[in-house]
Design a protein around this ligand. Structure first.
Ligand code: FE2
Length: 254
C-alpha cells in the first residue's frame, strides 16, 4: 500500500481519502473475535478517571492491534501526510462510540465538532467492524473545514441550524445537514484516512445492532498523547521491556 500524490493532495484540500482496508478480511475477523471476547471484562471494569474507554477497549486487544498500527507502510503514509520524519500514536479507540457519547438519550447522534483546529496536525486511520450505513450513524465530514477557522465554521453551522426553524433560542449544538457534507458509509472493506481537525458529526442511529469502529491517530513530535496513561495501565507488565522504536511510536519516549 503506497499512497499517491493525488491522495496526499486530496487529504490536504478536503481532509480525507479512502484506501482499501490494508488488513484484509481474516485479520478484521480476528479483531472482531478479540473485541467480542474482551467486551464483558471491558464493560464491567471500573477504569481510572480520565481514561478514554474506547482506548481501553482498543488496548485490550493486545499485541495483534499494536502490530496493525505499527505497519511500516501506514507509518510512512502518516509521515508523508504530516510532512515530518517521526510520528507517534496520540489517540486510539475501538468500539461503539454511539453508546459512550449518548448512553441514555434517544438521540443517538454526535453533533458537529472538530477535534483540533487548523493548527493541529494529525492523521487518523479508521475502519468499521460493522457497516455504518445511513441508518447506523454514519460519520459525516465537512470537506476542507480543517483549513478554516473554528469560529467561521461554527457560525456557518449554527446559522444553518437556526434556519431549520426548530429553535426558539440560540442552539448550543448543531446537527443540521450541511449542503457540502459527505456522509461516509464506512464498510470494513475500506479504511478512511482523515484529519479529525476536519469538522464532523454523525447521522442518527435508527438501526438496531452494533456500530463499532476502530481507529488511531498519528501526530508529529509535540502532538497530543491522550491515551498514554491508559496504555501504561493496560500494558503495565510489558511496556517497560519494549524496544525503543515501539516505545517511541506509542509516545512512551520523547
Ligand atoms: Fe470527533
Amino acid at each position: 500500500m503506497e499512497i499517491t500524490a493525488t491522495q496526499v493532495n486530496h487529504f490536504r484540500t478536503h481532509g480525507f481519502f479512502f484506501i482499501p482496508n490494508p488488513f484484509g478480511e481474516a485479520r478484521m475477523r480476528e479483531m472482531e473475535r478479540l473485541a467480542a471476547e474482551n467486551e464483558e471484562q471491558w464493560a464491567t471494569t471500573d477504569w481510572p478517571n480520565g481514561f478514554n474507554r474506547l482506548a481501553c477497549q482498543f488496548f485490550m486487544i493486545g499485541e495483534p492491534i499494536l502490530r496493525m498500527v505499527e505497519q511500516p507502510q501506514l507509518i510512512e503514509a502518516a509521515k508523508r501526510l504530516l510532512e515530518c520524519d517521526r510520528v507517534h500514536v496520540g489517540a486510539c479507540g475501538l468500539g461503539d462510540a454511539s453508546k459512550i457519547i449518548c448512553p441514555d438519550s434517544r438521540q443517538r447522534q454526535v453533533h458537529w465538532h472538530a477535534d483540533g483546529g487548523p493548527e493541529v496536525q494529525q492523521v487518523s486511520f479508521r475502519t468499521a467492524l460493522d457497516r455504518h450505513d445511513p441508518t447506523n450513524a454514519p460519520l459525516r465530514i465537512l470537506p476542507g473545514s480543517h483549513r478554516r477557522s473554528r469560529e467561521e465554521v461554527w457560525e456557518e453551522l449554527i446559522q444553518l441550524e437556526i434556519a431549520t426553524g426548530q429553535h426558539d433560542v440560540l442552539p448550543e449544538k448543531a446537527y443540521v445537514k450541511h449542503p457540502a457534507e459527505v456522509e461516509v458509509v464506512l464498510d470494513p472493506r475500506w479504511m478512511l484516512v482523515w484529519t479529525p481537525s476536519c469538522w464532523h458529526a454523525t447521522g442518527v442511529k435508527t438501526a438496531a445492532g452494533p456500530r463499532r469502529a476502530m481507529g488511531w491517530n498519528y501526530f508529529p513530535a509535540g502532538g497530543r498523547k491522550r491515551d498514554l496513561r491508559a496504555m501504561r495501565y493496560i500494558f503495565a507488565e510489558e511496556w517497560e521491556s519494549w524496544g525503543a522504536e515501539r516505545k517511541r511510536l506509542w509516545g512512551l519516549l520523547d
